[in-house]
Design a protein around this ligand. Structure first.
Ligand SMILES: [Zn+2]
Length: 153
């Protein structure tokens, strides 16, 4: 069941909201239903802001990854080695150069931001779907505060 003070979902047998401590109502009147719809809309706005935050992280993560890959390429250093007839120059990958540390930092930061952003977007997408279903149920009057016992209208 849902708390009409904070719109969080609680266990069906709960009497007090575990999120805000408010008393839970088993049956909602029209005023309480309207209040719950408003609360859910506020939470939808928060979820949309968090989704945008997730998108920013994904974009930043990709930028860091591109920088990381670029510096991996810069970590290949030219080195002269004696050949059979003359000295030849080869490109050797160096893990001790400054560029390699930049690459490492870029790839770690980029991967972290990318995963964090994707998880945030997925979580908020799930939340937004739940909120949309809840608002639709509240609007249509099919909202059930306690599944087994009471049905609204
Ligand atoms: Zn609450």
């Amino acid at each position: 069941m849902y708390c009409i003070e904070c719109a969080h979902e609680n266990d069906n047998n709960a009497t007090k909201c575990k999120f805000c401590g408010a008393e839970l109502h088993r049956e909602l009147d029209d005023g309480q239903t309207r209040k719950l719809i408003q609360m859910v809309h506020k939470r939808e706005n928060v979820a949309r802001d968090k989704t945008n935050g997730g998108l920013v992280r994904v974009v930043l993560g990709l930028i860091f990854l591109i920088i990381g890959v670029l510096f991996i390429w810069l970590s290949f250093k030219q080195q002269s080695v004696p050949g059979v007839s003359s000295t030849i120059t080869i490109r050797v990958f160096s893990v001790t150069c400054f560029e390699f540390y930049v690459a490492l930092a870029g790839i770690i930061a980029g991967t972290t931001l990318l995963i964090w952003g994707i998880i945030e977007i997925a979580l908020q997408k799930k939340n937004l779907n739940e909120y949309a279903m809840l608002v639709a149920a509240l609007r249509s009057g099919t909202f059930v505060q306690i599944n087994e016992e009471t049905t609204k209208k």
